[in-house]
Design a protein around this ligand. Structure first.
Ligand code: PAZ
Length: 313
């Protein structure tokens, strides 16, 4: 049996810096003028499940934050302000392009009069300058706020705070929940305080994480445009599960994707229909990103939604 969401928040301690993050969120949202098309919360990356209070070991998942970080860039490009809530050390907008690079490979060592310094190598300099400029502009113009989490509990606390702040924007708010949040956790009152000894196979008391979309849609941001993601590895479950989520939570859209093809194809599932967005092999080879097409499509839906105030689009 899983806990319900109220029990979860009553029993899992909030992150130490939650108040500070909430202030940053409030300040950011208050500063959004009518000029921005809307404000989108993009969640990105995986969550950890600590096994010990003094955490040595934890359960994690595969998500690198690719979907979230690329999507955040396309929302910015299309005139939205973005709250990027990401797993610490996962990919971030703009810098993501250099994340797989060996840090020293992008630098050159110079030595003049016995004084050593490091400079960005000519090969990378223009590209880095371009991305750095876009990143700094987004921060300076207060179009981008980045907040990070590591554990599932931190993620859920931050998500609730962000929703409470975004609720004031009503239909102008979009929730784009691309993070791969764990479905299981170890309640803190059942967690070993110290490193679990390796004297025998451990018993880990995993519980089901409450279905947070339920209060999110019905209570926290009832007027926002909410998009959830569904990841599967068995294709026969993908659309039925996405439809099931829409029925259970009554939000606007589910983006369904398969683990191994998620960069090439997604299915947009709404109550009215479902359709694929995909890249051809040629587009993939040219380095095109599927998020460009996903975000263009979502923005049309969100703009219609704001005009009509409807749940479906
Ligand atoms: O972060 P990434 O780009 O490696 O993966 C993206 C993704 C598969 C985590 C995302 O598209 C997604 O489906 N998120 C929700 C996963 C789920 O809880 O079903």
């Amino acid at each position: 049996m899983g806990t319900n969401w109220e029990e979860f928040y009553a029993n899992q301690p909030p992150p130490n810096d939650l108040d500070k993050s909430t202030e940053l969120l409030k300040d950011f949202v208050e500063h959004q003028s009518e000029n921005v098309k809307g404000v989108v919360l993009v969640t990105s990356g995986g969550t950890t499940i600590p096994l010990e209070l003094n955490t040595v070991r934890f359960v994690d998942n595969f998500s690198a934050g690719t979907r979230g970080s690329i999507s955040a860039e396309y929302f910015l490009k299309n005139g939205y302000a973005v709250i990027f809530m990401y797993r610490a050390k996962s990919l971030q907008p703009f810098s993501r392009r250099f994340a797989n690079q060996n840090f020293f490979d992008i630098l050159e060592l110079s030595e003049i009069d016995n004084k050593r310094s490091a400079i960005v190598s000519a090969k990378y300099s223009n590209h880095i300058a371009e991305e750095l400029f876009k990143y700094r502009q987004a921060l300076k113009q207060r179009k981008l706020l980045e907040i990070n989490f590591t554990t599932l509990s931190e993620y859920l606390w931050l998500l609730r705070s962000a929703c409470q702040v975004l609720a004031t924007l009503k239909h102008r708010a979009i929730l784009y929940l691309a993070a791969a949040a764990s479905d299981f956790y170890v309640p803190s009152n059942e967690m070993s305080v110290h490193k679990i000894p390796s004297t025998g196979p451990p018993t880990i008391p995993l519980q089901l994480v409450p279905k947070i979309l339920k209060p999110l849609v019905s209570l926290w941001v009832p007027k926002a445009f909410v998009i959830s993601f569904k990841l599967e590895t068995d294709e026969t479950l993908l659309i039925p599960k996405a439809r099931g989520a829409l029925e259970n939570y009554n939000h606007n859209l589910v983006i369904a994707n398969m683990l191994h093809t998620r960069k090439q194809q997604v299915v947009l599932v709404s109550r009215e229909n479902d359709y694929k967005i995909s890249l051809t092999n040629e587009q993939m080879n040219k380095g095109e990103e599927i998020e460009k097409y996903i975000i263009e499509d979502l923005i049309k839906k969100h703009q219609d939604f704001m005009k009509s105030g409807n749940k479906c689009s």
